[in-house]
Design a binder for this molecule. Structure first.
Ligand SMILES: Nc1nc2c([nH]c(=O)n2[C@@H]2O[C@H](COP(=O)(O)OP(=O)(O)OP(=O)(O)O)[C@@H](O)[C@H]2O)c(=O)[nH]1
Length: 127
């Protein structure tokens, strides 16, 4: 069974938030949406709230599911759910290396986790 991963899409004007993965993790140094693995017994919504609080120090409002994709990495398959997030608070870095607000042009310059590239293409049409 695929590992469930939740991620947040936070918008500021025409830009959205990406974080850089810590170098000591799988796909270290690549960019991704903030988030992480769903833990046992958690709903997707409670998982994304927990992850964003842990990673960015915000208490987010979860608006809706923007998209979902499955991706097979060498170590196994993930099922990635991307939620539209609203937050009054400014995110700050707790775990990731770096954060950056980018638009759909600027994101082309960054190396993303492969699953995210696929997901971005899918949601771009609907935004
Ligand atoms: N958080 C996050 N993970 C992603 C994204 N895209 C993507 O392929 N992944 C993959 O999903 C998996 C889960 O990620 P994670 O390492 O952030 O999860 P976590 O913080 O709960 O992990 P840990 O508790 O082991 O440190 C990783 O294999 C990661 O590469 C994304 O946009 N956000």
């Amino acid at each position: 069974m695929a590992l469930k991963v939740v991620a947040g899409f936070l918008k500021k004007g025409d830009r959205f938030l990406l974080v850089k993965r810590p170098v000591n993790k799988k796909r270290g140094g690549l960019w991704e949406f903030p988030g992480g693995k769903v833990e046992n017994g958690e709903t997707l919504e409670s998982a994304i709230k927990r992850e964003l609080e842990e990673e960015l120090g915000i208490k987010p409002k979860v608006k809706k599911l923007l998209g979902k994709t499955n991706y097979k990495y060498p170590e196994g398959e993930i099922e990635l759910f991307l939620f539209e997030i609203e937050s009054e608070e400014e995110p700050f870095l707790k775990e990731a290396l770096e954060l950056r607000w980018v638009n759909f042009e600027e994101v082309k310059e960054l190396e993303l986790c492969p699953a995210d590239k696929k997901l971005l293409e899918n949601i771009k049409r609907d935004l």
